[in-house]
Design a protein around this ligand. Sequence first.
Ligand code: 4AD
Length: 503
Amino acid sequence: MPNSTKAYISELRNHVGQQVTLAGWLYQARSSGKIQFLIVRDGTGLCQCVVEKGKVPDELFEKLRHLGQESSLTITGTIRADQRSVGGYELVVTDAQIISPAEGYPITPKSHGVDFLLKHRHLHLRSQRQWCIGKIRHTVIDAIRRFFNDNGFILIDTPIFTTIVGEDQQSLFEVDYFGSPLHLTQTGQLYLESAAMSFGKVYCFGPTFRAEKSKTRRHLTEFWMVEPELAFIDLDGLLELAEDFVSFITTQVLQNNKSQLETLGADIEALERTKPPFYRVTYTEAVEILTGQKTADFLSEQLSQLKDQKQQLESRIASLEEEQKGQIKQWKRDKNAVELIELRVEIDEVSTKIENNPKHAKLAAEFQWGKDLGGSDETIISQMHDKPVFVTHYPKEAKAFYMKTDRDNEKVVLNFDLLAPAGFGEIIGGSVREDDYDRLVTRIREQGLNVETYNWYLDLRKYGSVPHGGFGLGVERTVAWLTGEKHIRQCIPFPRMMDKVYI
Ligand code: 4AD
């Protein structure tokens, strides 16, 4: 093609006034007789391409008019800046080549149910929402590696097949390993502790498996976790590291993905507030918050807001349904139909919250010291904070065997969970590790675990034991919090859940 440069949509600002060729897929099309607006995506962004009758051969004009969604093509034309256009630039088409026409693409611009989209995840990844989330996930993972690599941590790849129980016995995935039972890793932490005694500061980053029989919006059976581990560190040191780390990730996403955050409707102001110091409360204080009057008032105020919201949604639905009965243009009818689907999803969510509110309020009011915080308890505490909040010093009985007991209060351990704000809940769990040989043996026995299998782990307490600790951050939960996505299944390309592995 003479005088035409191949260009990516993300670089169009450098090509204003020039003739370029884009290679991509037809995302959406709109036509009004003599003019067609084709939205093309090329993996780097979206660009509106304007095809005017008379400016391209009639045969091409007709071909483009009948081109199906997701057909692949190259498209050539002149770039002009246009603030109203998606991405801010427009291509005035002079030529196009269809690479592979697509017909009957199953995901149309209309709304689809969650199940349908999960079954079509291989195609749904092309949607604007999934694209935005994927770009943000990429930044999060890049920021994770950068933070640790630039701060003197050594990457240690820990095994996926393992003989030891890292967290709890209930959520193990058993594997037949040449006739012997093994399981998939729940955490790389125990191996990392060994590496920390060699390198000082280490991290592992990989897929993690939990056979958790919970179908909540926060649980996957396969998720990605990054775990740093440091020799010679105490709880305060860990909290400082965690807040610097989470702030770094947030800053990177704000710097690199502002437009994706906007498209997703994320709360950018809240992310900008994510700067050290984060809030710090002990578990005992958290229990006081849960059982206190302030929380009861907060939840009852929330209930009345939800009821108002439901009423507003109902009246909007009623007025749209009324409009649909009358004589309106087809485009308006289609637009209303899409809005109705979305409003019904929203009203279902609000109704569930209205139903759950009194149950969660009761659970909170009756919370007994000693239990682990449940999902709804975490939600309440994090809803009451506008920045991430550390909850520290949990009861020993509620936590894993490897956590160090607080020598000033043997009922609790030196651990923390980091709860993301605005109701999102836990994104990090971490602790100082028990470094005393005899105490660790006792804890392993108390939890009904086989001491033999931990011999190598116990060796670390025999040969130059030192205070040490670390934490684990779940990638999907972090991405869900940053993007405002309600369910973490949207934050991994191919999610695995308890009852569903779609593709
Ligand atoms: O709190 P957890 O279980 O901590 C550990 O695994 C420690 N060994 C980490 C350490 O100290 N090195 O899990 C850490 C994080 C959670 O805060 C959460 O973000 C994520 O991993 N996570 C899950 N994410 C998705 N689905 C699940 N089923 C998850 N379970 C934990």
